[in-house]
Design a binder for this molecule. Structure first.
Ligand code: 5RP
Length: 218
């Protein structure tokens, strides 16, 4: 089975968590794009969505689901999003698509975070996928030096500007044995907007698509 087919399976299986009549949080990426496609026949059940990126906003609007500002709602029952890596504790690395800041905000606003991915994203220790860190542009080199000082190798994702007008450093060489601690450490660096480590608020359910079906971890 191709990776895309596995992503599609995981995305379709997230439909079981929809809460009809409630605002839905929607993340970003190719797996989420499959989820949005699968949502189309059930759009009448979703009064509105909160989107984590301009790209997902466009896709949601294209299938007829209104996208509203997070400030217009009191909370979100379900948030569906992908991941670049996930461990057994449902800690995640996210931000491969540079949408990590809005993703973290929507995850924080949601009661339940359903993470969808193909099974290759499941790892024993996070860090083989370079950890994205969104930084204020003027602080890029400062943050890079601080990250190098903790033994990692930050690489500027040149040419990428986030939806918030910021830059991304991809941090190589990490073996993340204590995800909440590293998330806190990187959050403390001046100039960091968001670290793409979702540990303090990880996923609640992980759906992993593969050739024989979908594994559910919670
Ligand atoms: C975007 C993300 C995505 O969820 C992550 O990169 C996974 O993407 P894909 O579903 O395309 O594999 O965090 O910022």
């Amino acid at each position: 089975m191709s990776q895309d087919s596995a992503k599609r399976l995981a995305a379709e299986s997230a439909l079981q968590y929809l809460v009809p009549g409630e605002v839905l949080g929607v993340g970003t990426g190719s797996t989420v794009n499959f989820f949005i496609d699968a949502l189309a026949p059930r759009k009448s059940e979703i009064p509105a969505a909160i989107s984590s990126s301009l790209a997902s906003t466009e896709r949601l609007k294209a299938i007829g689901i209104p996208v509203v500002d997070l400030n217009e709602v009191d909370g979100i029952s379900i948030y569906v999003d992908g991941a670049d890596e996930a461990d057994a504790g449902l800690n995640l690395i996210k931000g491969g698509g540079a949408a990590l800041t809005r993703e973290k905000i929507v995850a924080a606003a949601s009661q339940r975070f359903i993470c969808i991915a193909d099974r290759s994203k499941r790892v024993d220790v996070l860090g083989a996928f370079p950890l994205p860190v969104e930084v204020i542009p003027m602080a890029r080199r400062l943050v890079a030096r601080k990250l190098a000082a903790i033994g990692s190798r930050p690489v500027w994702r040149e040419g990428v500007v986030t939806d918030n007008g910021n830059h991304i450093l991809d941090v190589h060489g990490l073996q993340i044995s204590d995800p909440p601690a590293l998330e806190s450490t990187i959050n403390q660096i001046a100039g960091v907007v968001t670290v793409g480590l979702f540990a303090h608020r990880g996923a609640d359910v992980l759906l992993l698509g593969h050739a024989d079906g979908v594994d559910r971890i919670e």
